[in-house]
Design a protein around this ligand. Sequence first.
Ligand SMILES: [Zn+2]
Length: 452
Amino acid sequence: MRARVLAHYLAARRRVRPSHFPDRAALEAHQHRLLCRVLTRAPRRYAFYADLEPPRRRARPSGASTSTVLAALAALPILDKPDVLRGFAGLNIRGLDLDTCLAAARAAELGRDFTTTLGGLSVGLSSGTSGQQTAFLTSPAERDRWAGEVLARALPRGLLAGARVTLVLRAGGPLYESVDGGRVSFRFVDLALEPDRLVAQVLASRPTVLVAPPSVLRLVAREWGRRPAPERVFSAAEVLEPADAEAISTGLGTRVDQVYQAAEGFLGMSCPAGTLHLAEDLVLVEREPAVGTGDGGLPDCRFVPIVTDLVRSSQAVLRRRLGDLLVPGDCDCGDVRLAVREIVGRADDALLLRRAGQPGSGHAPSPAPFYPDFVRAAVLAVPGVVDFRLVQDVTNDDGAVRLAVDPPGAFDAAAASLRQRIAAAGLVPPTITPMDLEPRDPLRKLRRVRRV
Ligand SMILES: [Zn+2]
């Protein structure tokens, strides 16, 4: 293992201990120090921020005051994915344009060869849940840091105890090769393999730490049999839904934890107590309250994260609005980094439905969101239902949805349960028509509830 990975591992190991940040104030002071550096360097690094006024430095060497740094951050525009795609070249340190990066990354995917670099940076393809793909640029130093950070959080008994780590991901490459060696061995299993071969390769690798999308973990769990349970299992890349988590835990004989990672970088990981914490020592997360209220009219503080990366430099990640919807939670492990009870799914996959009418009010009220986890709760509450997909077509004004249920015979009961939940939330149940449950493409992320 490279010395630099080891150095990051050791630093991260200290930092992820709950005692390292005794309270939020200590964590925030750490964030603000890093943020000041990021904002000061941004105008020189990225054309997009060339006109940014760096936080004014006070006379004292510790740099600008917290309020000045936060004000400088708040002055930046919040970027959504289309903004990032448009401004791509100005948002990376080499000025690489999106088409060049996508072409290189797609060629790498086709040849299943992930060693391509552009301007010294590796190019990866984001999985493109929302249709448009984007490229992910990393420098060797960033990959070493990533490896150190992830290992510090993932290895159950530390580096010296060793581990056999199996990763089932859409792309391998230098990110993982940099950490192979010593007592920790890495095995990359290609997500593009057909399911039987994929599962066979995972089983043959005898992992002690297994990282895969939940849909793959379910397949592996079904075939795991009496093999000894892995020490840690991480769900990655897709939303981990409670029913999947239960089936996986039962099959593999161990709890399923989560890695929260996006094109924007490494965002969080489950703590030893099993709760997902945002990696707030590496990213600053602003919380944008989600529109609408929860089931039954009760708000549950769900939010859309706006992320600023405090350590990466090849791509600027400053105030990026993610598509995900998060529900905050609690954890008694003592870690002050924000605990996340659930990643509900993509905020733009919430169904939009008409509010139950106040007759005579004159104008039509704006539609209200009905979130994917409420759909899931309604459909999976029907006895016998093991899986489902639901699609709402955005071009359809009346909010009609299509629903596929496994087994198909449970469609009527599932539709009735959904209608009832929607009505209970004060919304008008839409027309629900049956559709077929299509076999899925393993390279596309599973989204059970989609608005397309
Ligand atoms: Zn915890």
